[in-house]
Design a protein. Structure first.
Length: 124
């Protein structure tokens, strides 16, 4: 689906997505990634929901977002509480949704100026 966001050229914006790709600022990615409004788009080694580890969430917590949007892949799946413990300890909110809903939600929150991190799992 092609998105038509308000253009903010200095911010990382999801410009399109499909079942096996995400486009950030018109650059296509076909693997999982971590995304914040500013800074580099970071490749994420997670290849599927079952690959999520405690270390993934520790790494995310170190980035100190106010909220994490977890795009769990093609369908919504919720991580076990022990995995998200680093976020809970750091008082970082987390919302889980399928990949496409996560892309849309990230764009809305990013456009509002929120300190949001999208952890997007792209399944191949």
């Amino acid at each position: 689906m092609k998105l038509q966001p308000d253009r903010q050229p200095t911010l990382n914006t999801v410009s399109a997505y499909g079942s096996n790709y995400i486009e950030i600022n018109a650059c296509r990615y076909e693997s999982s990634l971590l995304l914040m409004p500013e800074g580099p788009v970071e490749a994420w080694s997670c290849q599927g929901f079952a690959d999520l580890t405690l270390e993934d969430f520790e790494k995310i917590a170190l980035k100190q977002p106010a909220l994490v949007i977890l795009g769990s892949g093609k369908k919504i799946q919720f991580p076990r509480p022990e995995l998200i413990a680093p976020l809970i300890r750091a008082k970082i909110g987390i919302e889980t949704m399928d990949l496409q809903a996560a892309c849309r939600t990230y764009n809305v929150l990013m456009a509002e100026g929120r300190n949001v991190l999208a952890a997007l799992i792209v399944e191949n």
